[in-house]
Design a protein around this ligand. Structure first.
Ligand SMILES: [Zn+2]
Ligand SMILES: [Zn+2]
Length: 406
């Protein structure tokens, strides 16, 4: 069990100031601390109230994932039971698994753009999910590009082809209903256009300015709450206009150009171009949030270390004095109309797959791809070893399974 630091604060409506809340507590030499007094989030242990939104930062770092921070991924859970993933960047799958959520509930993914740090773990989540007990299709929304080859539909069709061997090993062997992909490509240049409207949840997209045509930001609205997720973008007019009224506005807040040079090895000109013209510097992030005025501004997309965060904060504070959180992986936001609570998580690193929510059905073995005689000739059947294993399972579950290799 890894316990991380935690904090609690309320974002004020008018004062735009974070207020530290201290509550009177009782302590006993023998009784445990009531869960309501623990300022840490243990995934899977807390009810979500009917009017509550819980947001978990699963990936907040830079394009290269590192042990402390995966690349971009944000989980939004709603009190009506719906769950959404915004981006699914490199390294985030293990953080997602740590949430102890059955994978059938995690079947909706919104991709802001097709950089690897924003969808690099999609294949792992898609195909790995079939052995994590997901038995429903994986639904994906992503933008078009300036040509068909630069859009989400093409990228994911190619992904299916890329993993033909992987899919071939599973087809006819396991219940593979979770391997079905539903791809929903929408125009990248839609401005505040609805791309999802189900069960009282509306998600809109707005264009972003990043990389090439074909980057977007998302706006989720439900039950009077508004979550805005920038993915990657430099400051743009669509975000400033349509993120207004957000309870939580997440926007990139990239490493300062100075640190890109000293810590990342960028040439000075590269650092300026990447840090302010391709991405959003902390000072630009602050200016955007001064214009949007969300209940809580959330910056991400930098290496959030003890010696880096103060510098990022100092620069963001040059242009913004409202409620602010600078995200790190496993930061959790509980949002209602009354409160915004921000904590860190306690992660169980020995997490196992959640149980399947549907009854598994035997696979259609006619779809299985056979080994060649050559490969079969190399197998050592070890029937005296394997036979008792089959006997054990057949006796326990009334099956009549037999080894393939004899
Ligand atoms: Zn990007
Ligand atoms: Zn990025």
């Amino acid at each position: 069990m890894k316990l991380k630091t935690s904090l609690t604060f309320l974002a004020g409506f008018a004062a735009c100031a974070a207020l530290l809340v201290l509550t009177a507590v009782t302590r006993s030499p023998t009784k445990g601390i009531p869960e309501s007094e623990l300022d840490v989030y243990s995934p899977g242990t807390e009810d979500l109230e009917p009017d509550e939104m819980r947001i978990v930062a699963l990936g907040t770092g830079m394009p290269s994932a590192r042990p402390k921070q995966a690349a971009a991924c944000w989980l939004v859970e709603l009190g009506n039971g719906d769950k959404f993933l915004f981006d699914i960047g490199s390294g985030c799958h293990e953080r997602l698994a740590a949430q102890k959520i059955p994978y059938d509930y995690l079947n909706k993914v919104f991709i802001g753009h097709l950089h690897v740090d924003h969808y690099g773990d999609l294949a792992s989540f898609w195909l790995g999910g079939t052995v994590m007990n997901r038995l429903v299709p994986l639904r994906i929304w992503g933008p078009s590009g300036s040509t068909p080859e630069l859009g989400t539909q093409h990228a994911l069709a190619m992904m299916k082809e890329m993993y033909a061997w992987d899919i071939g090993t599973r087809s006819g062997v396991i219940d593979f209903r979770g391997g079905v992909l539903e791809i929903n490509e929408f125009p990248f240049d839609g401005v505040n256009k609805v791309i999802y409207d189900e069960n009282g949840v509306v998600i809109r997209s707005i264009p972003a300015v990043h990389g090439l045509d074909g980057a977007v930001s998302f706006i989720l609205e439900w039950n009077g709450l508004k979550f805005v997720y920038g993915s990657d973008t430099i400051p743009n007019k669509w975000f400033v206009e349509h993120a207004k009224g957000a309870d939580i506005a997440v926007h990139e807040c990239f490493l300062p150009a100075t640190l890109l040079v000293t810590k990342q090895g960028f040439a000075p000109m590269e650092a300026l171009m990447v840090g302010t013209q391709g991405h959003t510097s902390p000072e630009q992030f602050g200016k955007v949030m001064s214009l949007v005025k969300p209940r809580l501004a959330v910056g991400y997309h930098f290496y959030n270390d003890f010696d880096i965060e103060p510098e990022v904060r100092r620069r963001a504070r040059k242009t913004y004095d409202g409620p602010l959180a600078l995200a790190s992986d496993y930061m959790v936001f509980n949002v209602t109309k009354q409160d915004i609570r921000v904590r860190m998580s306690a992660i169980d690193e020995e997490v196992w797959p959640s149980p399947a929510l549907k009854k598994k059905i035997p696979p259609d073995t006619s779809g299985a791809i056979a080994f060649s005689k050559f490969t079969i000739s190399g197998a050592l059947p070890m029937l005296e070893v394997v036979g008792p294993i089959f006997d054990e399972i057949n006796e326990m579950y009334g099956t009549q399974a037999e080894p393939i290799f004899k």
